[in-house]
Design a binder for this molecule. Structure first.
Ligand SMILES: [Zn+2]
Ligand SMILES: [Zn+2]
Length: 100
């Protein structure tokens, strides 16, 4: 009788251990960015997806006065008054090959 009791106790603790491990694994699961030149890792998949939207874009907005290029048009608009004073502020979209 006492032997049966100890056996059942052991199996309960074993099961509990397994649950703990699964939980820890899930907490450690990270979502790395699949982009090879980006090393960002996210805790949540939703954050990775949000990041990917920006990360997978190639820089396409170029400064007409130098080699500056950015993924974001606003960055180039900000760059021109700082680096090229008294120049007309416009951005070259190299994908569509237009001024914008
Ligand atoms: Zn990335
Ligand atoms: Zn520039």
């Amino acid at each position: 009788m006492s032997r049966y009791f100890s056996d059942s106790k052991e199996s309960t603790s074993y099961r509990r251990k397994r649950i703990k491990n699964t939980k820890r694994m899930r907490r450690c699961a990270k979502f790395p960015c699949p982009n090879s030149n980006c090393r960002k890792v996210f805790e949540l998949k939703s954050k990775l997806l949000k990041h990917l939207y920006y990360c997978t874009q190639k820089p396409r907005f170029e400064c007409p006065y130098c080699d500056y290029i950015s993924k974001c048009k606003a960055n180039v608009m900000r760059h021109i008054p700082g680096k090229h004073k008294n120049r007309k502020v416009y951005v070259i979209d190299i994908v569509r090959n237009v001024r914008c």
